[in-house]
Each structure stands twice: as C-alpha cells, then as structure tokens.
Design a protein around this ligand. Structure first.
Ligand SMILES: C[S@@+](CC[C@H](N)C(=O)[O-])C[C@H]1O[C@@H](n2cnc3c(N)ncnc32)[C@H](O)[C@@H]1O
Length: 189
C-alpha cells in the first residue's frame, strides 16, 4: 500500500487534539459533549474488533450495495478509519475517499486516495463534490436526528449513487410510539 500523511494533521488545532479526560477515559474536544463514548485506546481497540465482526458477518465484504463507477466515497463517522482505509486500499480507482469524525483518532499513514476530516456530520455538509457512495457504520447513538441525516446524505448522492448504513437496530417499540430507531439499509438515488 502506498502511503502518505493524512491532510488533517496539518490543520488540526491543539484544542481538538486536547481530549477531555473524565474518570480515566478520554472524550472528543471538537463539539465537546456531543458523543457520549470515549475515544481512547481501549475504545479504538473495541472499534477495530467490531470491524472484524462486521467483516465476518458480511463474509469479508466491506459493503453490500451494488455500487458502480464510484469516483468519490464518504465514510461518515469513520472512527479509527479502519473501513475507509480498507475501502481506499481495495478501490484505488476511487479518486477520493473521505472519512469524517469528531475525533482525530485516525492513523497518519493512509492510502493516497484517502483523506480524514474532523467535522460534525449533523452540521451542514461542505464538500466539493457529491458522492457515488456514502457509507456509515454503527452510528447508533451518534445522531440526534436520523431523518435529517438520511435526507442530507440523499442530497449529497450523485445520481445512481448509494447510501449504505450498517447499524444495530436495537431501539424500537411494538406500538410504534417510539420511532427514533436507526436505519439498517441501503438507499439508491
Ligand atoms: C461507534 S463509532 C463507529 C466508527 C466506525 N464507523 C466503525 O464502524 O468503525 C461512532 C463514531 O462516530 C463518530 N461520531 C459521532 N457523532 C458524530 C458526528 N455528529 N459527526 C461525525 N462523527 C461522529 C464518533 O466519534 C465515533 O468515532
């Protein structure tokens, strides 16, 4: 794998890298308090283990959507960047893969077509181009407004593009009085 330093390292302010410390665990500083789960080594190990579980569940596949001719891919809430790195590595023809997160916990040696950006994906999105593929995995508990996320992601899909959400559908209510459960789906534009 050809590697280069990721671009966010140059522009990160020290405040973003200065994580909040509580009861021996660290938490993101950018948009402090927004996401409840720590961002320390122990959590990052858990995310990488979780990624292996997804890989086993999907028979080694990174995604199921029948994507075609993707030039730009977005990984929303990339975490340690493990999915984005694998995707960029195995799809060298994809011009740019962008992984976004609240925490700068991604490695610096990454494939040449990958970029990590620290951003809040519940804010307005400011990308240079629409995407042929938008991926989000295990964002349950991250977004306060899933319909808004789905609608924004749909707006940023290029015609024929796909949004794939791999998530846990654990919240629900059989009389339908609770409707915040996250989606587990692929959506085509
Ligand atoms: C459970 S982790 C999943 C990480 C990764 N998608 C994976 O499957 O390995 C959720 C990630 O979403 C990030 N996150 C939570 N809320 C976010 C937001 N509003 N904007 C961007 N990233 C967010 C967290 O910092 C965390 O790294």
């Amino acid at each position: 794998m050809q590697q280069r330093p990721s671009t966010w390292t140059a522009s990160l302010t020290s405040s973003i890298q200065h994580f909040q410390l509580e009861n021996g665990r660290t938490y993101h500083s950018y948009r402090e308090g927004k996401y409840a789960i720590p961002n320390d080594e122990s959590e990052n190990d858990r995310l990488d283990l979780q990624s292996t579980l997804f890989s086993l569940t999907l028979g080694g596949k990174l995604y199921l959507a029948p994507t075609k001719n993707v030039h730009h891919c977005l990984d929303v809430g990339t975490g340690t960047g493990i999915w984005a790195i694998d995707y960029a590595d195995t799809h060298p023809h994809v011009e740019i893969v962008i992984g976004t997160d609240l925490s700068p916990i991604q490695p610096t040696d990454i494939p040449p077509n990958l970029q990590f950006i620290i951003d809040d994906m519940e804010d307005t999105w400011h990308f240079k181009q629409p995407f042929g593929f938008i991926h989000s995995r295990m964002m349950v508990g991250s977004f306060t407004n899933w319909p808004r996320f789905m609608s924004t992601a749909h707006e940023w899909l290029q015609p024929g593009g796909w949004l794939e959400c791999q998530d846990a559908d654990t919240l629900g209510c059989d009389d339908e009085t609770f409707s915040m459960h996250p989606p587990s789906c692929s959506l085509a534009k």
